[in-house]
Design a binder for this molecule. Sequence first.
Ligand code: HEC
Length: 456
Amino acid sequence: MQEVPDLYMFFGRFHPLFVHLPIGILVFALIFELYLRWKPNASLHAVLPIVWGLAALSSVLSALSGYILSLGGGYNEEILSLHKIGGITLSILSICCFILAFYRLPWLASYRKTTQKIVLSSIAVFLLLTGHWGGTLTHGNDYLMEYAPFVQTDSTSKLDHASRISSLDSADIFKDAVQPIVQSKCVSCHNAEKKKGGLLLTSYEEMLAGGKTKAGIIPGNTATSEIFRRITLPPSHKEFMPTGGKKPLTENQIAILEWWIDQGAQRNMMISSMKPNKHIQDIFSDFFQLGRDAILSYAAKPASSEALSDLLKAGFQVHAISESNNLLEVKYSGPSNEKINLSLLEPIKDQLVWLQLINCGVTDEDLKLIGGLSNLYKLNLNRNKISDRGFNELIRLPKVEYLNLYGTLVSDSAINQLVTLPKLKKLYVWESRVDSLGIEAGKRANPKVDIVYKLN
Ligand code: HEC
C-alpha cells in the first residue's frame, strides 16, 4: 500500500458517492440530445451547453476522486486499469460535447451530425462498461448474479457447506471447516478483484503464501502464522482482522484454525483421522451444529446490552454461540478472591445456554440460582466446593445435556438423582467422591447417560 496523505484519501472515499452524479447527468444529456434531434427547439438548445458543462465537470471530479481512491491499492489491477481508462474517456468525451454545444465551431459544421453521432454513442457504451467495471471492483465478480434465481454462485454454496456435514467422520478439515470460515469472514476483501494487503484467501496455496509482507500460514506454528496473529490481536488493534467493523471470528472458529495450523495445516485430511481430543471434538460438533436439534432449534430475543456490559465489567466472558439465534455462552475462570455475583446471570436467563464457572468459589447456596437458569444446555462447575446438598437444586434443569462436576464433592447419592435429568447425555465426575458402586447404580438408573469418571 502506497502512503497517501489523509486529506487526499478523504476526497477519494467520496468517489462511490460522486460517480452517481455524472451517470445521472450523462444519461439525461443523452436523452436531451435525442429529443432535440426529434423536435429541434432553439430555446431548449440554449440549455445544452449548461447540461454538458455539468456533465463534464462531474465526470472530471469523479475521475479524480477515483484515481486517488485507487492509490490506496488492493484492487484487481486489470479491471482497475479498464475502469480508469473508461473514466478518463468519459471525461474527455463529455468535455468534447461541451465544446461542441458551446462553440458552434464553423469548421465542424459540415461534420457536425456524424461527429455528434459517434461521440454520443461512445458515451453510452463507455458509461455502461465503466459502471460495470466499477461495480466489479467493489463488489466482486459474482455480485450481479449472487441473488439470481437458479444460479448458485461460489460464495453461497461454500457457506452452506458447514450445515451439510452430518457427522465428524465425514468432514474434511480444510474444505469443510477452515475454508468456510475464511470464506465467510475474510474473502470479501481478499479475493481476485480486491486484493487487500496483496493477500488472496480463496485457495489453500494462497492462504499459505500470504500477502505483501508475510507468509500467511506456517504449518505447525501458530506463533509465526500471520493470519493467526491478525485474528487473535485485540479487536481494537489496527492490524486486527477482519477490519472495517466486520464481525470477528468466534472462539470456536479461532480454535479450529489454531488446531488446524498446529496439526500441520493439512490440505486434505479427514478430521476423524487427525485424532481430535475430546475438547476439539466438542468444538467441531458445535461448529457443524451436530447437536443442533437440541439447542439450535431454540432462538431467543437479543440480550439487553446493559446486562451484557454488567457481566463483562464483573469479569465474566460472554460469547455468542451462533450469529443468528442470540444464544450466549458465559464463562468465569477462577481462582477469584472476591465472591462472584451470579445474580448478574438472571437478566440473560433466556439467552444463556452454556455456563462455565470453573474454580471460582461457587457454593451450595449459589446452586439455587443456577438451578433456575432453565435454558442451560451445558453446565460446567468443575473444581468448586459443592456438595450433594446443593446438587438437589440442579435436578430442576430441564434441558441440560452435558454436566461437568469434575473435582467437586459430588457423591453417590447425588449421582443417582442427577441421572434423572431428562435430557442428560454426559456426566463428568472425575476426582469427586463417587465410588464404583455409585457409578454402577447411576448407570443402572439411566443407561442412556454416559458417565465419565476416574475413581480416586
Ligand atoms: C473489510 C476488509 C477486510 C476483511 C474482511 C479482511 N481483511 Fe485482511 N486486510 C485488509 C486490508 C485493507 C489489509 C491491508 C492493511 C494491513 O495490512 O493491515 C489487510 C491485510 C491482511 C493481512 C496482511 C497481508 C500482508 O502480508 O501484509 C492479513 C494476513 C490479513 N489481512 C488477513 C485477513 C484475515 C485472516 C481475514 C478474515 C478473518 C481478513 N484479513 C479479513 C482488509 C480486510
